[in-house]
Design a protein around this ligand. Structure first.
Ligand code: NDP
Length: 313
C-alpha cells in the first residue's frame, strides 16, 4: 500500500490536467493517473482551433503536452495507469490501479472522459484523421465547401449535420432506420435545411479514397430482398451514433444518469459520495468541448480543496 494521496485525479484530458494544475497550485500534491489514452480524446483529433489562447491553432496532442507540462511545473505527479476498481464505502477512499496497486485518497476527482462510438469498420481506423471524425465542432472547419456525411439519426447527428451545413456544401445523413430518433425540433431543422439530404434506411459499410476519404460505400435496405449498393462521394465521414461515458467502474457507488453520465450537484462538481468529484465529459451529456471540460476541471479542484479544508484533512 502506498502513501495516502490528498487529491487523486483519474484521467488526463483537459479536465484532469486542469484539475491537476489547480490542485497543485493549492498545495494538494495531486497524483494523476493518465488512463488508457494519455491526453484523452483530443489526442485523436488533428488541429484544435477553438481553444482560446492558441490564435494559430494547435494540434490536440501538442495541446495536451502543454497541459501536462503546466501541471508538472506546479508539482503534480502524473503517472501511467488506469483505475480498474474503486471502493468508495470506506475512508480514505480506495482506487485500484491496473488491477494491482491500491491507492488511498482523501479526495478523488473523476475525469475519465467519454468514448465516441464507432461503427467498427476497418476503414474507420484506416482513415482516422484523414476524413473520419467523431466531432463536427472540432473538425468541421476543414470541410468548408466540401461534401460530408454524418452517421446517426439522434439529436447529436442532427446537431452535427446542422453545424456542418454552415460550412460544407452538402451534408448527407446516413440513417439506418426509416425515421429519425431525434427530438421533433431537431428533426424539423434538418428536414428544412436545403443542404442536408437524409438517406433513410442506409448503412455505411466501407470508405474509399487514395489520399483520405473520397467516398463511402452504403447499402440501402440492408438485408431486405430489394437491398441495393449505393456509393456517395464525400470528403468527410462523421460519426454521431453516441458517446459512452467511461463511468462503469464507479456505478456501484456513484449516481449516474440513464446513459451513464455521472450526476453532479450543479453548480458544484460534487457527486453523491462525499469527497468524490466529477468533471469533463464523463459528467457532461451536453457540451463535450475541451474548453468546457477544462472549466469543470478547475471547479473540481476548487471543490476538492474546500472539502479538505472543511474536513481538516
Ligand atoms: P442516440 O442514442 O439518441 O442516437 C444514436 C443514433 O445513432 C440513432 O439514430 C441510432 O440509430 C444511431 N446508431 C447507433 N448505433 C448505430 C450503428 N451501429 N449504425 C448506425 N446507426 C447507429 O445518441 P445521441 O448522441 O444522438 O444522443 C444521446 C442523448 O443526448 C439523447 O438523449 C439525446 O436526446 C441527447 N442530446 C440532446 C441534445 C440537445 O438536446 N440539444 C443534443 C445531443 C444529444 P437507431 O435509432 O436505429 O438506434
Amino acid at each position: 500500500m502506498s502513501k495516502k494521496v490528498r487529491c487523486l485525479i483519474l484521467g488526463s484530458g483537459p479536465a484532469g490536467y486542469t484539475a491537476a494544475i489547480y490542485a497543485a497550485r493549492a498545495n494538494l500534491e495531486p497524483v494523476l493517473y493518465e488512463g488508457l489514452q494519455p491526453g484523452g480524446q483530443l489526442t485523436t483529433t488533428t488541429d484544435v482551433e477553438n481553444f482560446p489562447g492558441y490564435p494559430d491553432g494547435v494540434t490536440g496532442p501538442e495541446m495536451m503536452i502543454d497541459f501536462k507540462k503546466q501541471a508538472e511545473r506546479f508539482g503534480a505527479t502524473i503517472l501511467p495507469g488506469r483505475a480498474t476498481a474503486v471502493d468508495f464505502s470506506t475512508r480514505p477512499l480506495k482506487v485500484t490501479i491496473d488491477n494491482e496497486k491500491v491507492i488511498e485518497a482523501d479526495t478523488v476527482i473523476i475525469s475519465t472522459g467519454a468514448t465516441a462510438k464507432y461503427l467498427g469498420l476497418p476503414d474507420e481506423t484506416k482513415y482516422m484523421g484523414q476524413g473520419v471524425s467523431a466531432c463536427a465542432t472540432c473538425d468541421g472547419f476543414f470541410y468548408r465547401r466540401k461534401k460530408v456525411a454524418v452517421v446517426g439519426g439522434g439529436d447529436t447527428a442532427c446537431e452535427e449535420a446542422t453545424y456542418l451545413s454552415g460550412l460544407a456544401d452538402k451534408v448527407y445523413m446516413i440513417v439506418r432506420k426509416p425515421y429519425l430518433r431525434a427530438s421533433q425540433i431537431m428533426q424539423e431543422r434538418v428536414m428544412k435545411n436545403p443542404k442536408i439530404e437524409i438517406l433513410f434506411e442506409h448503412n455505411a459499410v466501407g470508405l474509399f479514397g487514395e489520399n483520405g476519404v473520397e467516398g463511402a460505400h452504403l447499402i440501402k435496405r440492408m438485408g431486405e430482398p430489394d437491398e441495393e449498393k449505393v456509393d456517395i462521394a464525400i470528403d468527410g465521414f462523421f460519426l454521431a451514433i453516441g458517446h459512452t461515458p467511461n463511468s462503469n467502474i464507479f456505478k456501484e457507488y456513484i449516481e449516474l444518469d440513464e446513459v451513464g453520465f455521472i450526476k453532479t450537484a450543479y453548480p458544484s462538481t460534487k457527486t453523491n459520495v462525499e469527497g468524490v468529484f466529477a468533471c469533463g465529459d464523463v459528467a457532461d451529456p451536453l457540451y463535450k468541448q475541451a474548453v468546457t471540460a477544462a472549466g469543470t476541471g478547475c471547479r473540481a479542484a476548487i471543490d476538492a480543496d474546500r472539502y479538505l479544508l472543511e474536513k481538516g484533512l
